[in-house]
Write a protein that binds this ligand. Sequence first.
Ligand SMILES: C[S@@+](CC[C@H](N)C(=O)[O-])C[C@H]1O[C@@H](n2cnc3c(N)ncnc32)[C@H](O)[C@@H]1O
Length: 457
Amino acid sequence: MSRTLPINKNDYIDVVFEDLTHDGAGVAKVDGYPLFVANGLPGEKAKVKVIKTGKSYGVGRLIELYEKSPYRVDIPVSEKHKYGGCQLEHISYEGQLKYKENQVRQVLNRIGKLENVTIHPILGMENPLYYRNKAQVPVGEQDGKLIAGFFKPRSHEIVDTDESLIQLPEVNEAVQTVKEICSKLGIPAYQEETHSGVVRHIMARYGKQTSELMVVIITRTKDIPQKNKLVEEITVRLPKVKSIVHNINSKRTNVILGKKTTVLWGSEVIYDYIGNVKFAISALSFYQVNPVQTKVLYDKALEYADLKGEESVIDAYCGIGTITLFLAQKAKNVFGVEVVPDAIEDARRNAELNEMENVEFADGEAEVVIPKWYQEGNAADVLVVDPPRKGCDEALLKTIIDMKPKKVVYVSCNPATLARDLRILEDGGYKTLEVQPVDMFPMTTHVEAVAKIILNL
Ligand SMILES: C[S@@+](CC[C@H](N)C(=O)[O-])C[C@H]1O[C@@H](n2cnc3c(N)ncnc32)[C@H](O)[C@@H]1O
């Protein structure tokens, strides 16, 4: 039986916003039915017009604000910033931190049903702008010129963007410069509808501590027309560039990077430091995008691991071994597991680079490799996980519960899956002691958190 909706298209209604969506839209509830309204902030009262009603939610347009949030910053919400990932641009930084901290508290309570957990005040940035060390920007064409920017939500229309509130200036400059050079040399942009053309995305990565820049040009084609000229101009106009890489993605797909990369000029990697540890970063590897807050996050993970020097540690989802090497400074040995083979190569290189001999890395899925280790009689005293947004695989959580490491440190970029996984661990004999939210992504709706979990049997 279909449910009758409490509102109809074109209705004008008064609402109070309770929450924000991932895209930063206000969420109001009408008899329990969620209505998403761009530019509405939690706590605000407004008149809205209903412009769409679906089975599970509706969409409205803000008509009049009756009561403003004390955290609203009175600026017009800029399309460029919003689509470029600055969904919270119209909220003061204080308001953003409050919202994110509350989100962690609510979700741990509602989904995790966790009691007696200390949730600390969120750790924010002193300067929350221009922090991102990486951008990957889609390329298109408009009036015969190359454009590069961001897709409008739920569309394939690119908004040409020459500025960013959150990218490091060096990253922004690199993207703009490569766009201009490609345009000048007449290198065609990729055309999604016809699956033709050449340049799909421009990516730039910058080592903040080393001032080393990597440029990655992602194309549909195996060859880049005017390749030598392109490389030459990039090296002249971007003196900090240390690596120019070509990545080929010939598939019809929304995935940005293809599997094949070749170095067009310079080194295969750039270097950066987090604390005293030096890292080599290649084009395909995951590397945290906010170098300032990464140090804050890793220091907290290390504090929660509370290592004395005698422990065997597993670092699941280790990427290029960043947390692994942090932990290795204080542990007897650390085993890192990661699914991207290039990242594991980087991780091994990073261990050598830092002359750390008490680390080993395995290439594979954490939920396959760690159960196998356990079946072979290996166990860890401390287990660290830092999974992608979907959280830990159930098979891994089950192995943790069977293996019984004394401590688990969970680094999470999604409070909802963190809460789900903590509940599974609690039901399996673990206790969450404390959670530290960290703002790794100011101006966006994302929030990171680290949890300290102990065996409670
Ligand atoms: C949030 S990142 C964390 C990386 C690293 N700890 C860091 O801080 O840079 C998650 C990592 O998990 C990897 N990954 C995703 N699924 C995986 C799986 N099933 N098994 C192992 N690694 C996986 C991704 O490639 C990525 O490097």
